[in-house]
Design a protein around this ligand. Sequence first.
Ligand code: TMP
Length: 241
Amino acid sequence: MQKGEQLYEGKAKKVFLTDDPDALIVSYKDDATAFNGQKKGTITGKGVINNRMSNYLFQIIEREGVPTHYVQEISDRETVVRKVEIVPLEVIIRNVAAGSFSKRLGISEGTELAEPTIEFSYKNDELEDPLINSYFAKALKLATQDELETIKKYAFMVNEILKVEFLKAGLRLIDFKIEFGRFHGKIILADEISPDTCRLWDAKTGDKLDKDRFRRDLGNVEEAYIEVAKRLGIKVEEEKE
Ligand code: TMP
């Protein structure tokens, strides 16, 4: 596989074309942002951990019946993925109240929800990813009814798979954000699943082991990412050239 020109640079990843029109290479950076890019920083080693962790989880998810963009990890920070057209929705699943949910609804962080919830945000940086619902998504032609049904089904399946995997590692999955794409007309899971995109609390102590440590200046940010990776059995060292 030949790496071609850079297609796009996002907040946490770069994306490159390849000689295969159906494939891209993503390259994970150590850059971290929060609050729609207003807060900027670096989490040393994050790119390596997020690459490996996302690939590890995507392979489990694929085996459990949800199609994903994962093709092959080619280095510490780089992975070949299927080239999709991203559905411009951030799909958020919550098991426990936290973050914007707690703030919006006045429910204290850590309150267990009677059942998992799903919400959609319109991926639009200028508008700061506003919360919408499935009627908005259809009316704005972001996705069709059929696509939304598939996205909802897959998102809840991903939640069940991840809850089990994380609990085996002594981690409580509080909530997470995923994105989907269209690949030859079919909806598949895209983007990443990592401590950048999940809230993960230690199952025993309740310690936060995710990007909230960066967002909220809690300290030990790198250590939290390393801890999550180690618990999942993922190598954290960067390969030396
Ligand atoms: P929220 O409580 O701030 O809405 O976040 C819900 C989940 O989504 C949390 O696990 C963090 C993740 N998330 C992202 O991955 N990207 C984002 O831009 C935001 C706002 C949240």
